[in-house]
Design a protein around this ligand. Structure first.
Ligand code: AMP
Length: 422
């Protein structure tokens, strides 16, 4: 019979290895540390459904973005309604707070979960990937920009990221953005034959995105054209200077006036954290201000700023590893009194939740079970056979250090030993 494989660009993550550098291990650990960071900043969790009305993304991420144009996983449901697997988290968060009538309240939220984009898979780019994100809602430009970049610096420090770089830019108000786009279109229109197909389409639909071009010929043309910095207000330029001044001791901050983000809803301050160790897909997180989105989706005028972190990419460049708890392998060698032996394992589990106890459930010889215990990097093995069950004792074997090799303990001594383990 044919084997059914996972879909292209969708990976299984199985934590079945004691190798701390295994990517699944690193991804699960990354999620745990991120949650702790969000809680340390006193953000609250929000969990929204994976499926949403397709219109939500058309009206937020935007018709001109690559995500909506080419990458949406959209389907007709049984009612012939168009539904979409979310490609990002912000639109759902805003939809949810409008629906719950919470769009009048300032709040700090975080989320974590899978996202779907029909992209060409490559290193660090999947069709199903995981994002963690934060949204700061209800605050005008100012302190919330600082709060977000402060969090990025803490994440860089927590994950021991090598030579961290944050690129920042300001897209100005709607008026600034429109004036600059008009000037850009005027400048580029006579040079249409120099533009590639992608940038030509951007010129008519969303000219700002041309600044993001990977084509070096167009980059040279752009250098001689209108610059967004000439259109920005003093306040916006000062915001960039303030961020640079506040966080320059923690990482390199580059003001990059060509940084525009791939989603249409951004306005104002935008940023991305990049790492040279990621290759072509070098951004592991990014975000910015999106003051118009809530109103655009039918809610109140709610100033907002947020960011999304690519879990897989952060895990790839993370230099911290799970600090394993002490592992005890519990080995039962008894043909007919297994349940009685199991009760001892249960009792010691209830005594100390700081350690891991792996009850080996399979049949097998003592030798093969000890081999398994060593492979799992257990510090100790507790062995219970018929003889031990009759005398209410266990054999404790040390697998990692030389303090003792093996000894017999009665159940009181076992309790004391387990309670003292850290
Ligand atoms: P975005 O929502 O496009 O601003 O992306 C935010 C972060 O999500 C990026 O910096 C990446 O780390 C991550 N990301 C975006 N798309 C993908 C993908 N297809 N595969 C893996 N990670 C992704």
């Amino acid at each position: 019979m044919n084997i059914i494989n996972s879909l292209t660009g969708m990976i299984d993550l199985i934590d079945n290895s004691s190798n701390k550098e295994e990517i699944a291990n690193k991804i699960f650990f990354t999620e745990k540390i991120l949650k702790k960071t969000f809680e340390n900043f006193h953000f609250y969790e929000i969990r929204t459904p994976a499926l949403e009305d397709t219109d939500l993304f058309k009206r937020s991420v935007g018709d001109t973005s690559d995500i909506v144009n080419k990458e949406l996983y959209s389907f007709q449901d049984k009612n012939e309604k168009s539904i979409t697997l979310r490609p990002e988290g912000t639109a759902s968060v805003i939809r949810s707070i409008i629906e719950k009538k919470l769009d009048g309240d300032p709040q700090k939220l975080w989320y974590l979960g899978p996202m779907w984009r029909y992209e060409r898979p490559q290193k660090g780019r999947y069709r199903q990937f995981n994002q963690a994100g934060v949204e700061i809602l209800g605050y005008e430009e100012g302190m919330s920009e600082l709060e977000l970049i402060s969090m990025v610096c803490c994440i860089n420090k927590e994950f021991k990221i090598e030579s961290p770089v944050i690129k920042i830019n300001h897209l100005g108000s709607n008026e600034t953005k429109n004036n600059f786009c008009k000037a850009l279109v005027k400048y580029l229109s006579p040079m249409k034959e120099s533009l590639n197909e992608k940038d030509l389409s951007r010129l008519s639909k969303n000219p700002l995105r041309i600044l993001d071009t990977k084509d070096s010929k167009i980059q040279t043309i752009l250098k001689k054209g209108p610059q967004i910095s000439d259109y920005l207000s003093e306040e916006s330029l000062n915001m960039l200077k303030l961020i640079k001044k506040t966080f320059s001791n923690d990482c390199e901050i580059i003001i990059d006036h060509n940084l525009v983000r791939g989603l249409d809803y951004y306005s104002g301050f935008v940023f991305e954290a990049i790492s040279p160790n990621l290759g072509a897909q070098d951004a592991y997180l990014g975000g910015g201000r999106y003051d118009n989105l809530c109103k655009q989706l039918g809610g109140k005028d709610l100033p907002a700023i947020g960011m999304a972190i690519g879990i897989e990419r952060l895990a790839l460049i993370s230099n911290i590893f799970k600090n394993d708890k002490t592992l005890v392998s519990f080995i039962i060698i008894s043909s007919n009194l297994e349940q009685k032996a199991y009760k001892i394992a249960h009792d010691i589990r209830m005594m100390n939740s700081e350690i891991e106890i792996n009850v080996q459930l399979s049949d097998g010889s003592l030798k093969s079970k000890l081999r398994r215990a060593n492979k799992d990097k257990s510090s100790y093995a507790i062995i219970v056979g018929d003889e031990e069950l009759q005398t209410d004792t266990v054999i404790l074997k040390s697998l990692s250090d030389k303090e003792f090799k093996q000894k017999t303990l009665d159940l009181k001594e076992l309790k004391q030993f387990i309670t003292n383990l850290e």
